[in-house]
Design a protein around this ligand. Structure first.
Ligand code: TNX
Length: 526
């Protein structure tokens, strides 16, 4: 018999092996839902039922049971406890979310075949080892950002990505929906955003030096019904979707659709099309009332679709050159009594900070929003290292740590000519495992503003979901452990032990059909 599988990833707070035999799931096993747990029970019956072929019917006679409950006394809002012995499995969460993470652990305990969509293992019984697990996450924001603007990912791929997040106990999906190279969300009152803004005539994939380098049309967008489906699917998995509409930079797709949004007194914006190269784009929004009203309209529809507390407004990489040359922008600076273009950007972001606050939401933006003064209620995604996050936390603002030096998964994961993605530094699995979201410079009081951490997947050079898988995995497993588990300081982390536990996890990823970067041997396309 195979030894009990307790190589749970991310590692729980505590795992105590029981003495006796484990619990056997068979045709007589029911999954019973206590009060408030029916949704999680349905998810568990559906996933484990599909993989095992067992009915898991709660009304099955007197057979042993898997029982689900909510027990607020368990501690932190997402804590759970799982106890298994020969007679029963009890999974209790401090909330339905905590219970759901416990259900994810239960699935890992059943072994890799529990991650399949149909029963392939010729067995009637599935064993959960006798065990008691206490668990709770370190951070409340355990995020993953996907850029669907540079390369569109069809809805099915997004739903699958959400399932993969849930399997790693990640709970915030930052959905980067707009950029220079594409606008991906239908906005009913501004139809050209998707009619024009979601397609580019040419796109370059691969790297210039690579034989895969080619140019072809690219595009796609989510209808509002698609978005509702994605948000509901995420909610079922206790994942919050935080939408990002990037302003005032990274906006060429919007300007191509509505030229009046750009700095028309500096360039002929009607000649712009959706951008077909990568990098920082000089074409930014004009700081006019018309632009503000236009984007208020966009955000009104966005708020209807996304119930998240936070709404991301981008704010990154906004070159100020056109504002320097635009008489309209300069007049605005004078009218508002601002010192410079940085303060103009800050005013622009501040407008949406107040606008969102008036609607009960909170603004979050990339760390450039610190320049020219941070808007009152703004939270910061600290991406250019820790500095922005440190400054924001010291000023009493909330922070999500996502420094590009550590957790940008578009960066290559090994040196060598075989790695497909040519951008960025080498960031190995071990580098990610040793990433620490809370910098030592922060006092405990300041550190409370670190809501958590996020890995970012920018897709300039990932043209399909196999490439996204390759860049995301296995590093996301290491990241999940950083975000969830109570790991010691980076230098003391047991990376060798993590790699050993990854042996079981690779089998789970295999069962899920994830095209991860294999730890050894040929790369998938070799
Ligand atoms: C910087 S991170 C960007 C993105 C790029 C990424 C590539 C950030 C807020 N802006 O637009 O895709 O680098 O790694």
């Amino acid at each position: 018999m195979t030894p009990p599988n307790t190589d749970v990833i991310p590692a729980p707070l505590s795992v105590e092996a029981g003495d006796g035999p484990g619990f056997l799931l068979d045709t007589g096993t029911g999954i019973e839902a206590g009060p408030g747990t029916e949704r999680v029970a349905r998810w568990l019956r559906a996933t484990v039922g599909a993989a095992t072929g067992l009915p898991l019917d709660p009304h099955t006679g007197a057979a042993p049971r898997v029982r689900l409950g909510v027990l607020p006394a368990l501690g932190g809002p997402e804590a759970y406890r799982l106890t298994a012995d020969a007679d029963r499995v009890l999974i209790e969460g401090a909330s339905p979310a905590g219970l759901f993470w416990g259900a994810q652990t239960f699935r890992q305990l059943l072994g890799p075949d529990a991650f399949r969509r149909a029963p392939v293992a010729r067995r009637q019984e599935w064993e959960v080892p006798a065990v008691t697990i206490h668990d709770a996450p370190r951070f409340r924001w355990r995020g993953l950002m996907l850029d669907v603007a540079r390369h569109f990912m069809p809805k099915e791929g997004v739903l699958r990505y959400l399932d993969l997040m849930a399997a790693h106990k990640l709970n915030v999906f930052h959905f980067h929906l707009t950029d220079d190279q594409g606008w991906r969300i239908q906005i009913e009152r501004h139809p050209r955003l998707t009619e024009i803004g979601s397609w580019r005539a040419r796109t370059k994939t691969g790297h210039r030096s690579s034989p895969l380098w080619e140019e072809k049309p690219h595009g796609g967008y989510y209808t509002q019904d698609d978005i509702r489906e994605i948000v509901a699917y995420a909610a079922e998995r206790h994942i919050t979707v935080v939408p990002e509409i990037d302003v005032p930079g990274h906006s060429q797709a919007a300007i191509a659709a509505y030229p009046e949004l750009g700095n028309t007194d500096v360039i002929d914006t009607s000649a712009l099309s959706v951008w077909d190269t990568w990098g920082i784009n000089p074409n930014v929004l004009a700081p006019t009332d018309n632009t503000l009203r236009f984007y208020e309209g966009v955000f009104e529809e966005v708020l209807e679709l996304f119930p998240s507390e936070f709404v991301h407004v981008g704010g990154d990489e906004c070159p100020k050159d056109q504002w320097r040359r635009s008489e309209t922008a300069q007049a605005r600076i004078r009218q508002l009594g601002l010192a410079d273009e940085d303060e103009l950007q800050s005013w622009f972001i501040g407008h949406f900070d107040a606008w969102l606050a008036a609607r009960g939401r909170r603004l979050i933006g990339w760390d450039e929003i610190l320049e020219g003064g941070l808007a009152k209620g703004a939270a910061v995604s600290s991406w250019r290292g820790y500095a922005g996050g440190i400054a924001a936390a010291r000023a009493g603002h909330d922070v999500v740590m996502c420094p590009e030096q550590q957790v940008y998964l578009d960066h290559r994961q090994a040196p060598g000519p075989d790695e497909p993605v040519p951008i960025g530094w080498v960031r190995t699995l071990e580098d990610v495992y040793r990433f620490e979201p809370v910098p030592p410079e922060l006092t405990p009081e300041e550190a409370r503003h670190v809501l958590g951490t996020q890995a970012n997947v920018w897709t300039e050079v990932m043209e399909d979901h196999a490439r996204v898988d390759y860049q995301t995995f296995p590093r996301l497993a290491a990241f999940a452990e950083v975000a969830w588990s109570a790991l010691p300081a980076p230098a003391e982390r047991d990376f060798a032990g993590f790699e050993r536990r990854m042996t079981a996890h690779y089998r789970r990823l295999d069962a899920l059909g994830v095209a991860y970067r294999p730890p050894a041997g040929p790369l998938p396309w070799q």
